[in-house]
Every structure is written in structure tokens, then in C-alpha cells.
Design a protein around this ligand. Sequence first.
Ligand code: SF4
Length: 489
Amino acid sequence: MKKELHMLPPSPPLVQAGLDGSPPDRRSSTPPPLPHAGHLVHLETFGCQMNEYDSELVRALLKADGFAFTEDRERADVILMNTCAIRENAHNRVYGHLATLKTIKRQRSLVVGVLGCMAQNLKEELLDHESVVDLLAGPDAYRRLPGLVREALHKHEQGVEQPSMAVDLSEYETYQNVMPDRTQGINAWIAVMRGCDNFCSFCVVPYTRGRERSREAQGILREAERLIAQGHKQITLLGQNVNSYKFQDWDFARLITAVADLPGIERVRFTSPHPKDFPAALLDAVAGHRKICKHIHLPLQSGNDRILTMMDRTYSRQEYLALVDAIRRRHADIVLSTDIICGFPGETDDEFLDSYRTLQDVGYHETFIFKYSERKNTIAARKYPDDVPEAVKADRVCRLVDLAKSISLRKNQAMIGKTVTVLVEGDSKKSSAQWMGKSDGNITVVWEKSTPLTQPGKMVSILVDQASVTTLFGAEAVPSLAHDSPSRR
Ligand code: SF4
């Protein structure tokens, strides 16, 4: 089997990442033996874009070690689940899958592995769960994964029921020099930093992904250049607190500008920022650079100061609103989206109404609304009883969803009659006779196919003639138009 290399090209050329978390071994270019050749891996991903990105890393590391992948779980010898611990939903889905896998394991030989945040956070609890898990690997342990999978396969063949496990957090691991095995066509993600130092009281990320560390800037730029050369038109910079990026004298404003300045790139996005790290230089970059998309996801979480303090979010409602004003003063058309949690411990009706009013006042284009669910090991789980009744939480979620939908619809309807520049992503979900793409502000746009010149990866102008809560509909105005937004570059 040909050994695939998915690493960035440093000098001298990379061979393979160390399996024990050590730097890549450059002493020999001889591929290691492949005792597991023929074993097929099926990988399922739950949760956020960071997990999608991590799955790309996992595929790269396993393929470089000789493993092959299958989309068909029936054919797989190894099923890996890259999990998310942030929300109860994702958590429950993983437990549901484990129950199904237990049934499959009774019928045939299978190794089951749990990766990611649940593996890191729950450890023994997951191993105990229906005794179905053979392997656990946390988000900082993926360089060891090929060895762990081989070990788990070997134990399985020998009938040894002792799980293989790597759940140590690292202060340094950024997977620098591992080129992810990407599946997306138009967009490519680059994780520029990992971990989080903020310790918001409700959030498990600092415990599952460790402390903040940023990748070397030149490595990020080399990776971006390579992605552009491979045909990716959009790069999304990722991080748990992407705008807290700091490497030597590089901050996030400098980094995103440098990526957006690379020849051949069409668009740069970033997610997810924290409201505490928006210096003027970053606002200038987003507002002024035509290749940096006019969309900011600005997580609110709550509109009430007492709840924000209990959440350890480090800003007040007033400070948050001042930031929104500053963003809109710099560029009135920047599209804002947010996250809001309903039913945080102790949240009263009046305190909930502060979130409701903030949503009304800011008028986000898109709002992601979550019911508070206690996460094991978090500060909130230790300090605050989860005391808002489920029915009250559900009612608050419904009220916010109704408001958010009406705002999104109003904002989308205001686009009717305007022309938006869209990066074509592919067929619409509903019909292969329609294209789907995203506006600069990250709004989904759908239109009838009318010219063979339009293809995925092209920028086109769409005259909007209809709008729903989530989507703009229209017709292609002029094929393959370049950007039409104001620019300084
Ligand atoms: S900033 Fe807060 S919510 Fe975001 S990852 Fe860090 S701890 Fe979690």
C-alpha cells in the first residue's frame, strides 16, 4: 500500500509524526511496516467545526500509518467516534450510538474507539458504559492514535479486554506540521490555536482541550498557501477563542490580514471569537479588508449582568453592546450572529428577559439558542445547582427562537431587491437544478442554475427576489462577477 503523506512541507521533508507525541521523525524516509494493512476504519464526527477539523487530522495521521477508511460502517473493523462534550444532545447521541455498537459487536469482530472531548472528560465512565469501548483518545493525543488503534486491534484478536487509552492534555500540542486530510471542496479550515484559558463556568472545553496555545504564524501561512494552490477558495480560521491568537509578535488581526493578503484567496472567515478580544486593529481588518468576510459571530450567552458574572464571561451587557456599536460604526453591514443559553442556574424570568431584550436590541441575523445543561467537572456544576425547571427552560428557548426567527426573516426580507456576491458551494440541498452558496455575511443563497459558466468556487452576483428565515432566493445577475463590496485592497 502506498504510504500517504499529509504533512506540510518543511525542510527537510517530513516523514511521519511521532506516534508518542514527539516531533516528526526526519531521520529516515523508509515507511514503517503496516501490520494493520487491510483494516478499515469508519470515523463519525459530532459537534463543532473544531471537531470536524480534528477528524481531518485523525484521518491524516491514520492514513499516514497505513490505515484505510470506509464510509460504510458495516464494512469497518474499527469504528471511531469523535465526540463533543459541550451539549447534552451530542452526548446523548454518542451514548445512543454506543448502545447500537454493542449489538453489532455481539454479531461480529469490531473495535470501538471514542475520541475527542467526551473521551477526555468522561474517561472511566465511558469505559464502563456497556463495556463496549476498546479505545479512548483525547484531543491532544491524536499523534498516538495509530499506535493505539493497532494495540486495540491486537488486544481484540488476543481476546484481551483491556482498553487502550491516551487522555493526557498537552501544553504544546498544536498539530503543527500535520496536514489535515480534507473532505470539503470550497472551504478549508485551519485551526490557528487550541484550548481555552477562559473557564466560562458552564463550559467543559478548558478541561477537555487544555490551555490556550497558538500555532506558529509562518506554518499557518504555508498551510494556507498550500490550500489555495489545491483550489480552496475560502479559508476559515478556527480556534476556541480564535481572536485570542498570540504567537510572538503576531496577534489575530495581523494573522488574518496576512492570510487574506495571500494571492489567490477569495474569502477568509473566522470562528469562534470571544467578545473580550476585539481591539480596533481587528475591527479595522474585518471592516476594511475586502477578502475578510463581513460576518462576526459574537457569543452573548446572557443579556443579564448577574448571570454573565456567574458565567465568568468577563463582560457586562453594556460592554457587549458598546462592542456591537463599535462594530457597526466601523461597517454598518457587518452581519452578526450569536449564541444564547437559556435557563442557566438561578436565572429568573426578569433575567431571562434581559437576554430577550438584548436579542431584540442587537437584532442578530442568526441566533443559536441552547438550553442550559450541566456539564460534568465544570465550575457551574460544582457551584450552582441546575435549578431552573426543564419546562421553564423549554419555554424560554421557544420564546427566544420565535423572536430570533422573526428578526432573521425581517433582515432577510430587507435584502430583497439587492444584489449579493455569493461564493458558489454546490447544489442546493433540495434540488440539483439549483445552486447554493454563501453571501459575504454568511447567509445561505439559493438560485436556479442558468449558465454553465457558474461552478462551485466561482463568485457570482445574485439579485435577491425572495427570502425565508434562513435563506435568500434570487437569480444570477451577471455571471462570475468579482467582489462588489467596498474595499481598500
Ligand atoms: S471562551 Fe468560554 S465558552 Fe468559549 S471555549 Fe472557552 S470556556 Fe468555553
